[in-house]
Design a protein around this ligand. Sequence first.
Ligand SMILES: NC(=O)c1ccc[n+]([C@@H]2O[C@H](COP(=O)([O-])OP(=O)(O)OC[C@H]3O[C@@H](n4cnc5c(N)ncnc54)[C@H](OP(=O)(O)O)[C@@H]3O)[C@@H](O)[C@H]2O)c1
Length: 323
Amino acid sequence: MRAAILTSPDHSHPPKLELVDTLDPPVPSPGQVLIKVDATSITPAEYTWPATWTDRAGEPRERPIVLGHDLSGVIHSLALGDSTTFQPGDAVYALTDFHRNGAQAEYAVANLSELARRPRNLDPASAAGVPLAALTAYQALVEHGDVREGMRVLVHGGAGGVGMFAVQMAKRFGARVLATASAEKVGFVKSIGADEVVDYRMERFEDVVGKVDVVVDTAGGETLRRSYSVVVPGGVLVTVETEAVDMGLVDVKMADKLGIQVKTFIVRGDGRQLEKITDMIEEGHVKVFVDRVFPLKRAMEAVEYGEGKNKGIGKTIIKLMHD
Ligand SMILES: NC(=O)c1ccc[n+]([C@@H]2O[C@H](COP(=O)([O-])OP(=O)(O)OC[C@H]3O[C@@H](n4cnc5c(N)ncnc54)[C@H](OP(=O)(O)O)[C@@H]3O)[C@@H](O)[C@H]2O)c1
C-alpha cells in the first residue's frame, strides 16, 4: 500500500516524510478492524510525542512509523471471529491509538471501541478533521468540566481546532459561552455560537468576562495562569495545553486555596463519545471547518502547512481518495 512514512531520526523539527508504495497493509487483531482510509488530518507536533517513537513499554517503536490518528474511511474487514454491529463497507471515523501506526496510508487499523458512524452530512475529508479535536473538547466539557445548562463557560482560543468544537458543544449543552480569540477571528467565534468574544490582544479577559463556572483553556502560558481568578468557587479550570504541567501551571495548591479544581488530560479515542458527536453534527449543532486539503503525495507539504503559523480556520486534511 501507499503511505507517508516518518524518516526523521528523532523528533527534531521539521519532521521528514517519504512517500512509499511498498508497505503491506496492517493486519487487524481481535477487537480491531482494517479500514480503507479516505482521509486523515494534521495534528501539530504529533512527530514530537513520546507515543510516536516508543511503545507502551517505552521501547523504540518498529519502523516504519506512519502519522495521522484522525481517521475517516470505510471498513475493509474485521478480525476473524469478531462480532460487532459494524460491517465491511460501513463509513466510519475514529481517533486511533497514538502508539500504533496512523492513517497517512491507504489502510489503517482501528480498535472497535474507537469507531463511530461517520456523520451523513459530512464529506469524508471533512470528517477526518473531527475526532481528535472534537473528542478533546467533549472530554474537557463533559468528563472534566461537567458542564450543564445555565453554566457560564469560558473557552480560550475559541477559533482554534479544539476551541471551535468547545464553543459549539458548550452552547449545545445550554451554557452561556464566552470565548477569547484574535481580532480577525472574533466574528467567526460569534458565528458559531459564542455569546461574548474577547479580543485577547486588546483586552484582558478577566476585566470583561466576570466569573465563570468552567474554563476550557487551549492557549496555556499566561492565559492559563490568569484564568484561576475568573473561576467561581466550586468551578473547574481545564487545560488541554500540552506543556502546562511541565511549566508548573497546573497548580493544585493554588486551586485548593481558591476552592476550585484545576485539571488536565490527554484525549483518548472513544467510539461512544464520538457517536454523540456524530449526532450533534447531523443535528446541525456542531459545524466542521476545513482549512486546506492536500493529497497524500504532498503529505510533507501538508505537515509543514498544518504546523505553520499561516494556517487559516479549520483543520488541514490529507485526502487519500482519488490521489
Ligand atoms: N491534551 C490533549 O489531549 C490535547 C488534544 C488536542 C490539542 N491539544 C493541545 O491544545 C492546544 C490547542 O490545540 P488546537 O489544535 O486547538 O490549536 P490551534 O488550532 O492552533 O488553536 C490554538 C488557538 O489558540 C489561540 N490563542 C493563542 N494565544 C492565545 C491567547 N493568548 N489567548 C487566547 N487564545 C489564544 C489561537 O487564537 P488566534 O488564532 O485567534 O490567535 C488559536 O486559535 C495545543 O497546545 C495542542 O497541542 C491537547
